[in-house]
Write a protein that binds this ligand. Structure first.
Ligand code: FAD
Length: 465
């Protein structure tokens, strides 16, 4: 069997793996990355990018549809729009293809060798790859496991037929008439909202008492309210049981213990994702695990010397930007630099409508630390820019230490506020205090002024409320 060797072998070319490979290439490390599917991983092919394309297209369609129903606040009237969903899908796919090519080009420019095929460990330094032209052995000094994650399947509702995961939902070629979403977390709500805007009758089944249960009720409230405006039915405290006998409906137990049957053309199960740790000989390495994910230290080292792990395979938070940051750190460690994970926060965004951004500690997380906190919020209903967008539901909230005003966390919910996440993250990483935000001029009229005002309010002298 053919054998090639390198200094660094990376399994998986998702955001973690390809970032690690590019940085390693820049640092002059002889690097091979192996990918069973397409460059870009879950995020680019069946996650972040196609979902945001669909969400954007759906938003555009809904704006026109609302105008056609005479519901535009701006005095705009039009005919009922028609949707050529095949073209929507083609547009989404063209973005994915463009970025696939972009990642492949960046890898090439960094001098990284790309091997297409599925890798399987032989030992901690040797991997066998099933390539289209036959098996290939790859020997490496260091290995990075960046195999990502997979959707969790409910045993009573296995994937197949009408029961789909986010991957199949993003590959649909027509908008389902009736869509049931099992799981009211961010993936289910992002996709459920998009399909509702595109005209599907959507029902969300969530077993917890609230949607987005990982967030506090203040943050999830505006999202729940907007789902109602969109006509999405939300069953909280309800449990999806199984497909009804003829396979066209979902048997569901409601919060009061009753039974209901939800007719559905598609049942989208989004109850979480699990690290991809099986099917590639990982058991041969006998690595220490942290529940279902690979245990790592602050340099992404596993329990085996020379073997690193990054991204979703190392557990929560399963986010592309965390995987990328880990990838850079590992490449630099392998290049001999002293690096460790020392980030204060990992921003998280729900691209629901409105969007939710969280950075650092929530008020309840901060309260459990050994100091007093100050927390205040500024509502978008007092923000001029939000009013000009006709989207005033939401707020920006700051959480700071009471003694020295050091910012510990920032949370926000509002239309289109994802782009503010960078300002929030920077404030935390730079060790900003409430006074730093208060003394920074925030351009008018922008939604970012609500950040300024939340800090002022916490200091006792908000201007616009
Ligand atoms: P992945 O992107 O999963 O990549 C792993 C790669 O490894 C895959 O390409 C796989 O084919 C390959 N692989 C696995 N095993 C092998 C093997 N044995 N041999 C060769 N190759 C192998 N995150 C965000 O930050 N923002 C978002 O808005 C966002 N939206 C999302 C929306 C959806 C619908 C989904 C499903 C996810 C979303 N995520 C989002 C999460 C994000 O996609 C992941 O956190 C990110 O892709 C993780 O990157 P990774 O490199 O760890 O793994």
């Amino acid at each position: 069997m053919d054998e090639i060797s390198c200094n660094l072998l990376i399994i998986g070319a998702g955001p973690g793996g390809y970032t690690c490979a590019i940085r390693a290439g820049q640092l002059g490390i002889d690097t091979i990355v192996i990918e069973a599917e397409k460059p870009g991983g879950t995020c680019l092919n069946v996650g972040c990018i196609p979902s945001k394309a669909l969400i954007h297209a759906a938003g555009e369609y809904e704006t026109i549809a609302r105008a056609a129903e005479g519901k535009s606040a701006f005095g705009i009237f039009t005919e009922k729009p028609t949707l050529d969903f095949a073209r929507t899908v083609a547009w989404k796919d063209s973005i994915v293809r463009r970025l696939n090519g972009g990642v492949a080009g960046l890898l090439k420019r960094a001098g990284v060798r790309f091997v297409a095929g599925r890798a399987r460990f032989r030992d901690g330094k040797m991997v066998e790859v099933e390539t289209p032209s036959g098996p290939q052995m790859v020997h490496a000094e260091a290995v990075v496991i960046a195999t990502g994650s997979k959707p969790i399947e409910l045993p009573s509702l296995p994937f197949g037929g009408r029961v789909i995961s986010s991957t199949e939902a993003l590959a649909l070629i027509e908008v389902p008439k009736r869509l049931v979403v099992v799981g009211g977390g961010y993936i289910g709500l992002e996709l459920g909202t998009a399909f509702a805007k595109l005209g599907a009758a959507v029902t969300v089944v969530e077993s917890e008492p609230r949607i987005l249960p990982q967030y506090d009720g203040d943050l999830s409230g505006p999202v729940a309210r907007h789902l109602r405006v969109l006509g999405v039915a939300v069953l909280t405290g309800a449990k999806a049981k199984a497909l009804a006998a003829d396979g066209t409906a979902l048997a569901t137990e409601t919060a009061d213990g009753g039974q209901t049957t939800l007719e559905a053309d598609k049942i989208l199960v989004t109850v979480g994702r699990k690290p991809a740790t099986t099917g590639f000989g990982l058991d041969l390495l006998d690595l220490d695990m942290d529940g279902p994910s690979i245990r790592i230290d602050d340099g992404c080292r596993t329990s085996m010397r020379g073997v690193f792990a990054i991204g979703d395979v190392t557990g929560e938070p399963m986010l592309a930007h965390r995987a990328m940051a880990q990838g850079e750190i590992v490449a630099e460690i392998i290049a001999g630099r002293r690096r460790a994970w020392d980030r204060i926060s990992i921003p998280a965004i729900c691209f629901t409508d409105p969007e939710i951004v969280t950075v650092g500690l929530s008020p309840s997380e901060a309260s459990s630390e050994a100091f007093e906190i100050k927390t205040d919020l500024f509502p978008f209903k007092a923000n001029g820019r939000a009013l000009t967008l006709d989207r005033e539901d939401g707020f920006i909230r700051t959480v700071a230490r009471a003694d020295n005003h050091l910012l510990l966390g920032i949370q926000a919910v509002g239309a289109g506020i994802a782009e503010l996440s960078a300002a929030f993250s920077l404030a935390l990483e730079m060790g900003a205090r409430l006074e730093d935000i208060a003394m920074t001029i925030h351009a008018h009229p922008t939604q970012s002024e609500a950040f300024h005002e939340a800090a002022l309010k916490s200091l006792g002298h908000a201007i616009h409320i």
